[in-house]
Design a protein around this ligand. Structure first.
Ligand SMILES: CCCCCCCCCCC/C=C/C(=O)SCCNC(=O)CCNC(=O)[C@H](O)C(C)(C)COP(=O)(O)OP(=O)(O)OC[C@H]1O[C@@H](n2cnc3c(N)ncnc32)[C@H](O)[C@@H]1OP(=O)(O)O
Length: 243
């Protein structure tokens, strides 16, 4: 599956809805046992949640948007398919979450590409299930430091801390992702799927049990004037960086 929402594959409500529909179709297709996620946009895997969806909108819109973010994560983290992220560009925040939610991450070894949960840099907080997914990949200490600092890690550093499983030259990314997929698909599906469920169930159950509370937390957090101001300033900064 190739993300193609230029300029930066930001995760808008439309993007998330289409992503979930596509995942559901693949999940229900008995002939499909695995999916490789990558980007058709040069240099960017995904720029994370679309900030414009979280700025100056109604409470109803925030609720709908956040439910779509939750749905994307719940479907991908609990997928029966083998999921491989072929990270061919930068991947901050929600983009990093998508990669973390897969079974395996391969990143192009370009030191200009960065990845991480940088929410703190925007003055916002990664929710508990972003944090739990991160901890499950890199361990508590590395996750805590990285989250508090809102670090964006260069590709080599991301590999060093275990955020990505391997680095390959960009032109070899597709072949390597295919080889990894074949390796994972060589196992009997039922054994791999039950193992995945066992490893991920507690974290998935936690969001399922607190889903509505999480929506309400998001709404009250994002509606604060101080948070809206931080997001507006961040968007301004992104625009200024260009000129
Ligand atoms: C008590 C606890 C309660 C907790 C409750 C929950 C709290 C809320 C949790 C929310 C979690 C949020 C997760 C996120 O994902 S937030 C998004 C974070 N993303 C970023 O920080 C990335 C920002 N973008 C960049 O750094 C760069 O754009 C990038 C490196 C990706 C690409 O750089 P490049 O130079 O190639 O491109 P431009 O910067 O010029 O961008 C092109 C245009 O795209 C716009 N843009 C970029 N990113 C976004 C985005 N994420 N959303 C919307 N729009 C984006 C950018 O402004 C440019 O637009 P213009 O062409 O119009 O200028």
């Amino acid at each position: 599956m190739k993300f193609k929402s230029p300029p930066v594959n930001s995760l808008s409500l439309d993007f998330l809805t289409e992503f979930c529909i596509s995942l559901e179709k693949l999940e229900n297709d008995r002939a499909c046992r695995g999916v490789i996620l990558t980007s058709a946009v040069p240099k960017i895997f995904s720029s994370g949640l679309d900030i414009t969806e979280m700025c100056g909108k109604s409470t109803e819109h925030y609720a709908e948007f956040w439910r779509a973010v939750q749905e994307m994560w719940l479907r991908l983290y609990s997928s029966n398919m083998v999921t491989v992220a072929a990270v061919n560009g930068s991947s901050p925040a929600g983009g990093c979450l998508i990669a973390l939610t897969c079974d395996y991450r391969i990143m192009a070894e370009n030191p200009k590409f960065s990845i991480g949960l940088n929410e703190a840099q925007l003055g916002i907080v990664a929710p508990f299930w972003f944090k739990d997914t991160f901890v499950n990949v890199v361990g508590h200490r590395v996750a805590e430091r990285s989250l508090q600092l809102g670090s964006l890690h260069s590709a080599p550093e991301a590999h060093r801390i275990g955020l990505v499983d391997e680095l390959v030259p960009e032109e070899k990314l597709k072949d390597r992702a295919t080889a990894v997929m074949q390796q994972w698909l060589a196992l009997p599906d039922h054994a791999r799927q039950l193992t995945k469920t066992m490893m991920r169930k507690a974290v998935l159950d936690r969001l399922v049990a607190h889903r509505e509370e999480d929506v309400q937390n998001f709404i009250s957090f994002i509606s604060k004037e101080s948070i809206q101001k931080s997001l507006r300033m961040y968007m301004e900064m992104l625009k200024k960086k260009k000129s």
